[in-house]
Design a protein around this ligand. Sequence first.
Ligand SMILES: Cc1cc2nc3c(=O)[nH]c(=O)nc-3n(C[C@H](O)[C@H](O)[C@H](O)COP(=O)(O)OP(=O)(O)OC[C@H]3O[C@@H](n4cnc5c(N)ncnc54)[C@H](O)[C@@H]3O)c2cc1C
Length: 371
Amino acid sequence: MPYDAIVIGGGLAGCSASLQLAERGHAVLLLEKSAYPSHKLCGEFLSPESQSSFQRLGVLDAVRAAGAHPITEARFTAPNGTEAGSSLPGTALGLSRYRLDEMLFEQAQAAGVDGRTRSRVTDVRGSLEDGFVVSAGDQTFEGRLVLGAYGKRGTLDRTLDRDCLHSSSLVAFKAHFAGADVPNTIELHGFEGGYCGCSHVEAGRMNVCWIGTTEALQAAGGSPEAMMERAQAQNPALADRLAGTTRVSDRFEAVSQVSLQRKGCFAGGVCMIGDTAQMIAPLCGDGMAMALSAADLVVDPADAFLRRQASAEAFRKRYIRRWEETFSTRLRVGRWAHRAAFHPRSASLLVQTFRLLPPIARWAIRTTRGM
Ligand SMILES: Cc1cc2nc3c(=O)[nH]c(=O)nc-3n(C[C@H](O)[C@H](O)[C@H](O)COP(=O)(O)OP(=O)(O)OC[C@H]3O[C@@H](n4cnc5c(N)ncnc54)[C@H](O)[C@@H]3O)c2cc1C
C-alpha cells in the first residue's frame, strides 16, 4: 500500500510528526532501526516548553507517572571553582530516553501510525513531485512524502548526498548513577576540552553526560572512565557531585562525530526534522524540545501538501521559513556558549558573568529555548 508519509526514525521528532499526521487522517509509516526500550545518549533534561508538547501529544500524564523528576534550577561551574546559579523559566523534567521514546512510539501507534521497529532505512529514491520509494532491509515502501528524523548523523546522509559530512572531533558519553542528590537542579560542569551535565531522572537516578573533544578523551587515556576522572581532577565541583555515587548502567552509551553544523531542511526532496536538520549545542538542554517543535512546524505544511492544497515548492518554502524563524537565534547563541564552555578561561569568564549579572544568565537560558 502506498503511504501518504514515511517517517525515518522513531525518536522525538519522528514519533511526534507521525502521530500528528496520522491524527489528521494520513496513512503514516514510521520506521525505526532499533527496538524499544533502549538507552540513548542524551542529557535527559527536558526543558520546560516540552511539557506543552507532551500535553498535545497526550503523554504528559504518562511522563509524570513514569517518575519524571521536576527540575527548576540551573547551576554552572568552571574548573577554577567559579560557580553561578539561575532559576529556569518554568519546570523542566528529567526522564530517561529508555522510558520516553517507547512511550512516544506507542502513542503514535495508538493514533494509527504503522510503526515498525528493527527497520533500518538504507535507501530513499524519488522526489516530492513523483513520490518516493524507501528501502528498509529487503522491504520497499512507497510514499508521497518522506520525513528524515534519523538523528544527528547516519549513513543515510551519505546516501542522500548531503554536503554536511565534515568530520567532527566531538565525542559524548552518558551513564546513570545512584547515590547522588541533585535536588531539582541541572548542573553543568566545565573542564578542559568539554563539559559534563548532571541531573536526576526517574527512580532517584542521576544521569551524567559528558561531551568533549577527542583530544581531551585521548589525553585522559581513551576511555569514558578515564575522561571522567580527568574531568573530576580539573573541576572540584564535579568531583564533589560524583563522590559516593555508583554507576548503575551496565555500560556508557557513547557517540562520536557529534556535529553542531547546519545540515539543511531538505535533501533529495526528503524533509528533515529534529537533529537531522541541525542539533543545538547540548549544554542548552533544548534538543528534545526542538525536535518536538520541528515536528509541530512541519505538520501544517506537510498536511497542505498531502491534501494537494500546496505545491511541493510551497511546502518546501513554508517549512524552511518557519524553521529559520523559530530556531536560528537559539542555535547561534547555543554555539557561542558551547565554544566558551570548552576552555577553562572562557568558561570561568562566562560563569563569572552569570554570577555577577544574573539577568544575563536568565537571558541566555531563555534565548536558547526560543523564549
Ligand atoms: C551529549 C549530548 C547531550 C544532550 N543532552 C540533552 C538534554 O539534556 N536535553 C535535550 O533536550 N537534548 C539533549 N541533547 C540533544 C537531544 O538528544 C537531541 O536533540 C534529540 O534526541 C533529537 O531528537 P531526534 O528525534 O531528532 O533524534 P533522535 O532522538 O536521535 O532519534 C533518531 C532516531 O532515528 C533512528 N534511526 C537512525 N537511523 C535510522 C535509519 N537509517 N532507519 C531507521 N531509523 C533510524 C534512531 O535509532 C533514533 O531512534 C543532547 C545531545 C548530546 C549529543
